[in-house]
Design a protein around this ligand. Sequence first.
Ligand code: ZN
Length: 253
Amino acid sequence: MLVVAASPAGAAEPDLAARLKLLVAAYPESLAGIEGNTLVFKDGGPPLEIDDGKAKDHQAALAAGDVEDSLRQIYPLGACEAKPAVDFDPGRIRSDALMMRLYGKSAKAVQADLVPVKWFGETLRVTKRQGAAAALEKVRDALATKPELKRYLAPSAGVFNWRKVSGAKNMSVHSFGAAIDLNTKFADYWIWSGGKPGKVPKYANKYPLEIVALFEQHGFVWGGRWYHYDTMHFEYRPDLIAIAKAAGASACR
Ligand SMILES: [Zn+2]
């Protein structure tokens, strides 16, 4: 069921139908449209259920989110830091079933689509599916004009890693080669800071917000916007960025 997230005053929040339209438009390589309660795929494979009809609290949505759950919380944009409210984790709820249809159902399938992306003296392997590698190259080119930022960006703590989210039941977007971790030297991560489920340590961030804004401009969401914060982490979620723009959701107020 749709739980309406906190939204900036005055912005018209897109309803589920509008969010789904933006989701379909964000993945033109794979998604063909919506039919009833399903997403239809261009590969002719089975349609995917959008809403399983189960009421889920935040932990349940994180553990087993459907497509509708993944669009619940609207991500706020901009070069501003805002301490996330309790359980505000925009982007952290995902449909593993959808991600597997977009990027591959196994480590082997995902690996077949990884391509090299040069990244400040190293070479990363990033999925070419859904335009993710091309988007990361645009982020890199924009960041390369600001050499003072390089120490935050490299060495990267990695892209592809087929695994579940640490301490959780759902898949990390690193599994799909569509998430990048920056230099861990500047990282604040709720688990490394001593957090446990139900007990999240005080929020902190050491990355300049201009890095965040550049990633967002090219379709990536930042783990530093999450109550369960992970400030080195960016993942390619062009659906959520499009919904954020449509909602006028800003972190700068
Ligand atoms: Zn990460």
